[in-house]
Design a protein around this ligand. Structure first.
Ligand code: ARG
Length: 559
């Protein structure tokens, strides 16, 4: 790294949001990435970290994939292993794909429809392969004869997925699903050849269909990718595959990562956590650094869930009182402020989705510090003019700061909250994600966040508000246990509606009804501050993931 490169001004603040910085298309060299933590898994069926899903784009191909596109088109899957988008019939219940010719695994064996079907079968073996998304299970399983996956039930099971020939695959869903192409873009459906499957250990030596394969993985310290000699550029419309190697250094503390990144030792923070406080402080006085920084929205919503099954929050007026009493500015500061916290919001959908609408059902006054008169009127209507005592659930760290800001907000109208901290590691599985835990501690309010697993209205909102998706055993995202028949019905109508414009309107109606219930108090649409090193070319924040699209990038120094 020459000093000259490091002094050169970058493309500008936010230049890689919605556009490509340093487009070059130049091949060769080594892209150098850094991460504080190791991958959750290199088995494509067992990963859920967003940044590992982006890493998977280098290693694996799927029937559909999000295109290499920084604009709104990036949100719509395009054919990858498939020749065209899924052909839907029977009211979005049957989806058929045809594979391209000439695609091979990195061991040279051809990819067939059976390998895609086998990947789908593996998802059913959650006892052996936990960790990834499971949207396909309820869509494809027969509740009268549940399929337990290929290890316990063999390969003949799962009659809902058919492979009439080596290039055709047909999915027969139990219920219509308009976003099926998005599910076919998740890493968990990357083809897996049965001959190479080692079950729980597959992530140690996975077969690959993408431009790269794993050359070396030292757990907790290094992951090196090299070119896959059996990948054929001519069959891949998505991946430019510029560098010869991708080298990931793992296991640094966040401040050290920032320093070495800024010093030019690494090109991009793969994990996408964003610059920490110390590095942020350097930006204001350093125009060169600032010109290499991006501040995109991550599409995560931070919110407080209000629990109608915990009195007095069973009364909608009580829930509305909390909404009106919220000091939105204080809450935004608790999240980290406008740059690293996010944009204040009174609606739910991230701005990139078509259904995003201006909605402010519970105004908080002209200064956004809370409309205390409106809050008191709601408490009056609930028969609790003097307020009440309740408990707010949270975890230590950033969520704790939000809880404290809620406490301060509602104290002004006589609502006296105590804070209950739950374990961080099990927060979403057994804490906030467990209806039982919520009842045990009597948590009337809960601090949480959520990002969609695929960028559609269904992907974003259904897990939070569909009554049929409540998981009583834990891992529940519909924390308020909202189960409104009218909302459920609108969601179902959306799933068999083919016309996107009609679907957009249906989802706007769902969002309005959810806000009427006042069970979700939206705070901010999350933002992060990312640094792009001067050696990296073809850099942009992928709209479907909110992080840099690693697979699109190259380097200036191609030796
Ligand atoms: N839906 C999960 C959450 O909100 C994960 C979201 C990000 N991961 C992903 N692969 N899309 O925590």
């Amino acid at each position: 790294m020459s000093d000259a490169t490091n002094l050169r001004e970058g493309a500008g603040w936010n230049a890689a949001v919605g556009a490509v910085v340093a487009p070059s298309g130049r091949r060769g060299g080594t892209l150098r990435l850094v991460s504080s933590a190791d991958v959750d898994s290199l088995d494509p069926a067992r990963t859920y970290y967003v940044w590992v899903w982006l890493l998977q784009r280098l290693l694996n191909r799927t029937l559909m994939a999000y295109p290499t596109d920084p604009g709104p088109a990036g949100l719509v899957p395009v054919p990858d292993l498939a020749e065209g988008p899924g052909v839907a019939s029977d009211g979005n219940r049957t989806w058929t794909y045809r594979l391209r010719e000439g695609v091979c695994f990195d061991d040279g064996t051809p990819v067939t429809s059976a390998d895609v079907r086998y990947a789908v079968q593996r998802i059913f073996a959650q006892d052996v392969l936990p960790g990834g998304p499971t949207y396909l299970v309820p869509l494809l399983d027969d509740p009268d004869r549940p399929y337990a996956g290929p290890y316990r039930d063999g390969e003949d099971g799962l009659p809902s997925v058919l492979t009439p020939d080596a290039r055709t695959i047909v999915f027969r869903l139990r219920t219509p699903f308009s976003d099926f192409d998005h599910l076919m873009a998740q890493p968990c459906v990357s083809p897996v050849p049965r001959h190479a499957d080692t079950g729980a250990r597959y992530g140690e030596d996975p077969r690959c269909t993408g431009p790269y394969r794993v050359a070396e993985h030292r757990a907790g310290s290094r992951l090196l990718l090299e070119r896959n000699p059996h990948w054929d550029r001519a069959t891949d419309p998505v991946r430019p595959a510029l560098p010869d190697r991708v080298d990931v250094a793992i296991g640094f503390d966040p401040d050290e990562m920032d320093e070495r990144l800024i010093a030019g030792e690494f090109d991009i923070n793969l994990e996408g956590r964003g610059l920490q406080h110390a590095a942020q402080g350097r930006l204001a006085g350093d125009p060169v650094l600032r010109s290499r920084t991006d501040n995109p929205k991550t599409s995560f919503l931070h919110f407080v869930s209000l629990q109608p099954h915990i009195p007095p929050f069973d009364n909608v007026h009580v829930r509305r009182a909390v909404h009106h009493a919220a000091d939105k500015i204080l809450l935004q500061e608790a999240r980290g402020g406008p740059v690293t916290g996010g944009d204040l919001t009174t609606a739910l959908f991230p701005p990139g989705l078509p259904s995003h609408q201006a909605l402010d059902r519970y105004p908080t006054g002209p200064d956004l510090r809370g409309d205390l008169d409106a809050a008191r009127a709601e408490l009056e209507a609930a028969g609790l003019p003097d307020g009440f005592d309740a408990v707010i659930g949270t975890q230590r760290g950033k969520f704790r700061l939000v809880a404290d800001a809620v406490v301060e907000s509602v104290a002004r109208v006589g609502i006296r909250l105590t804070v209950k901290e739950l374990d961080v590691a099990t927060y979403f599985s057994q804490g906030a994600g467990s209806p039982e835990t919520i009842r045990k501690h009597g948590l009337g309010l809960i601090v949480t966040d959520w990002g969609a697993d695929f960028p559609t209205e269904y992907g974003f909102l259904a897990p939070l508000v569909d009554g049929r998706l409540i998981r009583p055993g834990g891992g529940n995202w519909n924390i308020a246990e909202l189960d409104d028949p009218k909302i459920n019905e609108l969601i179902d109508t959306g799933l068999h509606t083919a016309d996107p414009a009609a679907r957009t309107e249906l989802w706007r109606e769902v969002e309005r009804r959810v806000m009427d219930h006042a069970v979700i108090l939206p705070l901010v649409h999350d933002k992060t501050l990312h640094y792009r090193g001067p050696r990296a070319t073809d850099v942009f924040v992928h709209p479907a993931f909110g992080l840099y699209d690693i697979q699109a990038m190259g380097v200036t120094d191609t030796r």
